[in-house]
Design a protein around this ligand. Structure first.
Ligand SMILES: Cc1cc2nc3c(=O)[nH]c(=O)nc-3n(C[C@H](O)[C@H](O)[C@H](O)COP(=O)(O)OP(=O)(O)OC[C@H]3O[C@@H](n4cnc5c(N)ncnc54)[C@H](O)[C@@H]3O)c2cc1C
Length: 466
């Protein structure tokens, strides 16, 4: 009998497994695909190297440490944190203000919009009288005004969640920001008061000299793309990782733990384990645990994952209207473009495109445009190219399409009621000792969140195993 079976070899499963492996536990990681990494999908063709899932990570202490432990200390690449981010507004790219003086000069907000945002940030905010859970749109409109909510927050939400500000829960999707507001005195006072606490908590992990020192706002990847991380962890785990193993069912073991049934290249296999960590998406997990924990299963069924297409197009220098220097651009929904945003991928990290070429990584679809899944690849490329012509390109250009990856269920949406769903899951799982859920539908979708949660789950498993 195994100590722990981990299902799914995305970053959540691998980070959980790695810490349990370090704790000398007998583990098995079972992955249904023929590769590790889950959403992390780096591809290459000739001198082009691109990402079809996540493009970069925010360098959290836990993620940096995991990468160093996995042997990647010389493989980090970091984008210049001063590269501007843009929002396409009224036919032009406008830099996102990253400092108070830049906000004063910004053309993205009207003078009234700036005053409204300043007053709100300083605490002149109407109270949330009934104390109800608010949508992201309602929370930010109340605190910073309609212009900030529409022109900055909504495109940012498209960039992170491919989500809809009118359906996402502010408390679930922006917990850290809503907590600042809870401190009282506005978001600025909350940020100042919480700063000291944050510094204290991160300092212990970053004491390791091998861990690169990074600054806030910096974004990271690896020399040969994000896929280096799951591959490096999997190679440390060796024979414990099984590919092409699909979990079909879990039942309680008559004595202790669980029996998990898999379809594998060698036929049906069953595995006995004292504990199981499920890192599979909510829509996969829900039917598997239906009989073990019906309430958890129902809560998981309510978590939606809209489709998103990631469209990678390359263009030569001469196709661009100006020289690209920036992180990329986001597009608010009412600006007449269907593309949600574009990462100027080859300006971020070195070695992504041959001399004289650029890779543009575009996202289209999401919660406000699920119809994207009905289009053919050619139609999606055409749409993105037309949008890019309005934003970045000269009119008489053609793309070199590198890939269209349609994620039919891309990113979990933390819609209104999400925190209640998590509470239901926590309570109902108490009747399934040794069964743990660890996935991006819980409390944070970023890679850093997944690694942090993986480590917390590994600790909970170790405590359970005693
Ligand atoms: C298009 C896109 C862009 C993103 N961009 C960023 C970004 O730039 N930065 C960032 O920080 N985050 C980004 N994210 C979010 C981040 O990539 C994900 O939240 C994270 O990778 C999720 O990891 P995970 O391990 O929880 O899930 P997954 O990566 O989904 O892993 C789950 C694994 O379980 C496996 N599995 C499923 N069913 C079974 C079964 N029955 N049996 C066995 N195995 C099974 C799957 O094959 C998969 O490998 C992006 C996500 C997407 C989709």
């Amino acid at each position: 009998m195994l100590d722990t079976l981990i299902v799914g070899a995305g970053i959540s499963g691998l980070s959980t497994a790695y810490r349990l492996h370090q704790g000398q536990r007998q583990i098995l990681v079972a992955e249904q695909r023929d590769r590790v990494g889950g959403n992390i999908a780096t591809e290459h063709q000739g001198e082009f190297l691109w990402e079809e899932g996540p493009n970069s990570f925010s360098p959290t202490p836990e993620l940096l440490k995991l990468a160093v432990d996995a042997g990647l200390k010389n493989d980090f690449v970091f984008a210049d944190r001063n590269l501007p981010r843009y929002v396409y507004w009224q036919g032009k790219l406008r830099p996102v203000p990253m400092s108070p003086p830049a906000a004063v000069k910004s053309q993205l907000l009207s003078p009234w919009g700036k005053l409204r945002a300043l007053a709100g940030a300083l605490g002149f905010v109407s109270p949330n009288v009934e104390g109800k859970e608010e949508t992201v749109a309602d929370f930010f409109t109340r605190h910073l005004g309609e212009e900030v909510a529409q022109r900055l927050v909504a495109p940012f939400v498209s960039g992170v969640y491919a989500g809809d500000v009118h359906r996402l829960s502010a408390q679930a999707a922006f917990g850290r920001v809503t907590q600042l507001a809870d401190v009282g005195g506005g978001l600025v006072a909350g940020a100042v008061l919480s700063r000291g606490k944050r510094k204290q908590s991160s300092s212990t992990v970053t004491e390791n000299a091998d861990i690169p020192k990074t600054k806030s706002g910096e974004l990271g990847s690896f020399r040969e793309g994000l896929q280096m991380l799951p591959r490096a962890i999997a190679s440390k785990l060796g024979e414990s990782v099984k590919l092409n193993w699909q979990l079909n069912n879990i039942s309680p073991h008559p004595e202790q733990g669980y029996i998990a049934a898999f379809s594998t290249p060698e036929g049906e296999q069953s595995v006995e384990a004292k504990s199981i960590v499920l890192t599979t998406p909510a829509h996969v997990t829900a039917p598997i645990i239906q009989t073990l924990s019906p309430l958890t299963s129902t809560a998981l069924q309510d978590i939606s994952y809209p489709p998103v297409a990631c469209v990678i197009l390359a263009y030569p220098d001469e196709a661009l209207r100006f020289s690209l220097k920036g992180f990329g651009n986001l597009v608010p929904r009412n600006q007449g473009l269907r593309t949600l945003g574009t990462i100027w991928a080859s300006t971020l990290f070195p070695g992504r495109a041959p001399q004289g070429w650029h890779i543009l990584t575009n996202f289209i679809g999401g919660a406000t445009d699920p119809e994207i899944a009905q289009l053919s690849e050619e139609q999606i490329i055409d749409q993105v190219h037309q949008d890019l012509q309005k934003v970045l390109l000269k009119s008489d250009t053609n793309p070199k399409p590198l890939a269209v990856h349609l994620w039919s269920k891309a990113i979990p949406q933390y819609t209104l009621g999400h925190l209640d769903r998590l509470e239901t899951i926590r309570n109902s799982l108490k009747s399934c000792p040794g069964l743990f859920l660890c996935s991006n539908y819980l409390d944070g979708v970023s890679l850093g969140d997944c690694v942090r949660r993986g480590e917390e789950t590994a600790q909970a498993v170790l405590d359970y195993l005693g």
